[in-house]
Design a binder for this molecule. Structure first.
Ligand code: RFL
Ligand code: PHB
Length: 390
């Protein structure tokens, strides 16, 4: 098989990139290790920035998001009984974020693939990358036990943090920047109304908690837990009790409890790999960078990467220009690092760090005092939260 761009990974980055290329008549094939159902079963992001909303609109795939998504004008930072409102709409001249699950974004992109000529090979095993330092790279993989070969002009590594693409870049070329946090997030998804109509990020002496949602009838909550914690140690009732404590008396008393549809623990990490291009191989999304979820930036960074990369590839294939692909890594990384900074800083402000002691806590209190009293501080948080311009 031969195509223009072979995409490894059918998560949001791979699917958005494939659609953006197909929209301009450029051939793309996605090779995904898992089944479609497995990909849809992963419960991840919930908050979309304008960059992600705009991609769905440009692709004419925004109908369901417009109907079912919840535009949000603000969110809260909570510390004990204090609630600080970040009115993002007022602070950013009307910008909003869209609460619409990554699962739904993925489903909308998957459902439209066939009719738009975007081929997705699911359950492709042992994907291997060949000859990326040439102009004729190719992938091999096993489908139903039979080896297949996919030739392409470029390979796009959209295969998440654990995929093979980043590892195909020689050690002598790549550099890793990383911080691993000493805790994870335990998340619960339940078909119960949210406890608040805007998200609440809470710093409590027991640790961080987040009240989020997927719709007016489906809630998503998280709590900070030690890295070695086991999900089995958190039966639903214990988790609801703990959320009620950490979210504070007001929001806590409004929690509706229900059985978990999903419950899992995710570790927190900041990670950037540079460069995001090596010869005929491009990296996009979690394959190149990870943010702790506190700023809701991971999926949105995948979106900005593919916005830049699709423009660059379209200009290469349609106009024969290579300046876009030559500057892709630098352009994408400039936005990546700003989102890394914001996610790290909100994580540092809102979590309890086992080794930070009283000084670390006083720094958090001082910063929260400053944010509560300063329009400038609130504005800075708001403009980062809604997403910096492309
Ligand atoms: P994905 O979604 O990991 O998709 C990569 C795909 O590549 C496939 N793959 C392979 N395919 C073929 N061969 C191989 N060898 C392969 N190895 C891997 C995988 O099966 C998969 O389908 O990466 P992508 O597309 O870059 O998308 C990134 C986002 O998924 C991620 O950044 C966000 O989910 C992060 N995130 C959030 N981001 C936001 O913007 N807003 C949020 O509110 C938000 N909340 C979150 C989050 C991530 C979380 N977790 C679990 C890490 C909340 C949580 C709890
Ligand atoms: C979510 O709803 O899953 C979510 C929302 C905001 C975040 C992270 C996760 O910052």
């Amino acid at each position: 098989m031969k195509t223009d761009v072979a995409i490894i990974g059918g998560g949001p980055a791979g699917l958005m990139l494939g659609h953006l290329l197909r929209q301009q008549g450029i051939d793309a094939v996605i090779v995904e290790r898992q089944s479609a159902d497995y990909v849809l079963g992963r419960i991840r992001a919930g908050v979309l920035e304008k960059v992600t909303v705009d991609i769905l609109k440009d692709l004419d795939l925004a109908d369901r998001m417009n109907k079912e998504g919840l535009p949000h004008d603000g969110f809260f930072l909570a510390d004990g009984e204090r609630l600080i409102h970040i009115d993002i709409a007022e602070l950013t001249c009307g910008s909003q974020v869209m609460v619409y699950g990554q699962t739904e974004v993925t489903r909308d992109l998957m459902d439209a693939a066939d009719s738009r000529g975007l081929e997705i090979v699911y359950e492709a095993k042992d994907v291997a990358i060949h000859d990326v330092d040439s102009d004729a790279p190719y992938l091999t993989y096993l489908k139903d036990g039979v080896e297949q070969r996919l030739d392409a002009r470029f390979i796009a590594g959209c295969d998440g943090f654990h995929g093979p693409s980043r590892k195909a870049i020689p050690d002598s070329v790549g550099k890793v920047y990383e911080r691993v946090y000493p805790f994870g997030w335990l998340g619960i998804l339940a078909d119960v109304p949210p406890c608040n109509d805007e998200l609440i990020y809470a710093n409590h002496s027991n640790g961080f908690a987040l009240a989020s949602m997927r719709s007016n009838t489906r809630s998503r909550y998280y709590i900070q837990v030690p890295l070695d914690e086991k999900v089995e140690e958190w039966p639903d009732e214990r988790l609801w009790d703990e959320l009620a404590v950490r979210l504070g008396p007001e929001a806590g008393s409004r929690i509706t409890r229900g059985p978990a549809l999903e419950k899992s623990i995710a570790p927190l990490r900041s990670f950037v790999f540079e460069p995001m291009r090596y010869k005929s191989l491009f990296l996009a999304g979690d394959a190149a960078h990870i943010v702790p979820p506190t700023g809701a930036k991971g999926l949105n960074l995948a979106s900005s990467d593919v916005a830049y990369l699709s423009r660059a590839l379209i200009s290469y294939f349609k106009e024969g220009k290579s300046d876009g692909i030559d500057t892709y890594s630098q352009t994408a990384l400039a936005r990546v690092w700003k989102s890394e900074r914001f996610s790290w800083s909100l994580t540092t402000l809102m979590h309890r760090f086992p080794d930070d002691g009283d000084f670390g806590r006083r720094m958090q209190v001082a910063e929260l005092d400053y944010i509560a009293s300063s329009e400038a501080a609130k504005k800075s948080i708001a403009e980062n939260y809604v997403g910096l311009p492309l």
